[in-house]
Design a protein around this ligand. Structure first.
Ligand SMILES: Nc1ncnc2c1ncn2[C@@H]1O[C@H](COP(=O)(O)OP(=O)(O)OP(=O)(O)O)[C@@H](O)[C@H]1O
Ligand SMILES: [Mg+2]
Length: 294
């Protein structure tokens, strides 16, 4: 027998993938303990998109100096893209960080900022391949805020996946960064209207700026997740603490607009041991970009 909670979970997942303009895009947070399948859920959504809508573009934001997670979706499904002035190179973690940039053979793109502060990402957008995960490196993760802003006007359904979202939308942003967070919250407010799906993951929701957290439309809680509190969701911490962990698929709660369901994610993406690669910004460019370069 299928439970009411399972049906509710399936309805929410269906809504997330719906491409009805009237329903619009979603901003999703996936959260859970370390190694509970946050990245796997994002990859399973990405795969659904590249299979169902092979003409659409998927963009993926990775961390620097950490094994590339998109590779769990299969090397053949990834298209690596690097900003030509970023100084980003790729390194083999199985082989003393040997430079493997040539092997990864990224597509290089240019992007520019106009005097009024607006960016032009058209070269990146045109060179991105539909039906693949376009794993993009700007050399500075905050540029994703501007890129998502720009995507609002691209006029097509697009999908953005952001690993470790707290690196892009940190809580208590210092210096001028808080202004950028206000602008980002504004951009994310438009996601639903602009046919963009933004999927994020984070281990600790509180590490993400509260202005951004307020904009999440769908929240997925895996085992070990910390629930953000009553104002944000009806899912309760003690319920999450009782989620089952299983090598065949962890259970999860999924919350959308006042309703929630429970399901089990059985699409499991494992590392491909052939490829243990990371991306890094070369020292020279890191210095010229300042502390926040990566
Ligand atoms: N739904 C799942 N249920 C059970 N095990 C899973 C699931 N998805 C992935 N795994 C296993 O757990 C490992 C870690 O998965 P994944 O990288 O998706 O987790 P994560 O939460 O993103 O981890 P991290 O905290 O390191 O970012 C995978 O390599 C796989 O072996
Ligand atoms: Mg992960």
């Amino acid at each position: 027998m299928v439970s009411r909670l399972e049906i509710e979970a399936q309805n929410i997942i269906k809504r997330m993938h719906s491409q009805d303009m009237d329903v619009g895009g979603v901003l999703t947070q996936v959260t859970g303990g370390q190694g509970t399948g946050k990245t796997s859920i994002m990859l399973s959504f990405a795969r659904y998109t590249w299979q169902q809508y092979p003409e659409q573009k998927i963009f993926w934001s990775e961390c620097y100096k950490a094994p590339l997670q998109s590779l769990k979706g299969g090397m053949k499904n990834c298209h690596f893209m690097v900003a030509d002035t970023s100084g980003v190179t790729f390194h083999d973690r199985n082989n003393k960080l040997e430079d493997v940039t040539d092997f990864v053979s990224p597509t290089y793109f240019t992007f520019s900022q106009k005097e009024n502060g607006e960016y032009d990402f058209s070269d990146l957008y045109e060179k991105a391949k539909p039906g693949k995960i376009n794993v993009v490196f700007f050399g500075n993760r905050y540029i994703w805020i501007d890129f998502i802003g720009w995507l609002r006007d691209c006029g097509e359904w697009v999908h953005v996946y952001i690993e470790e979202f707290a690196e892009i939308a940190p809580t208590n942003p210092g210096g001028e960064l808080w202004k950028k967070m206000i602008a980002f919250a504004d951009i994310l407010k438009d996601v639903r209207k602009c046919m963009i799906n933004v999927y994020t993951n984070t281990q600790t929701p509180a590490e993400v700026d509260w202005r951004i957290r307020k904009k999440y439309m769908v929240r997925i809680y895996l085992p070990g997740a910390k629930v953000e509190g009553h104002g944000y969701t009806r899912v309760r911490q003690n319920a999450v603490d009782n989620l089952l962990r299983s090598p065949k698929g962890n259970e999860a709660y999924i919350d959308h607009a006042g309703t929630f369901g429970k399901t089990r994610f059985m699409d499991i993406f494992k590392p491909d041991y052939q490829y243990h690669i990371d991306a890094r910004v070369t020292k020279k460019v890191e210095e010229s970009n300042g502390e926040d370069a990566s």
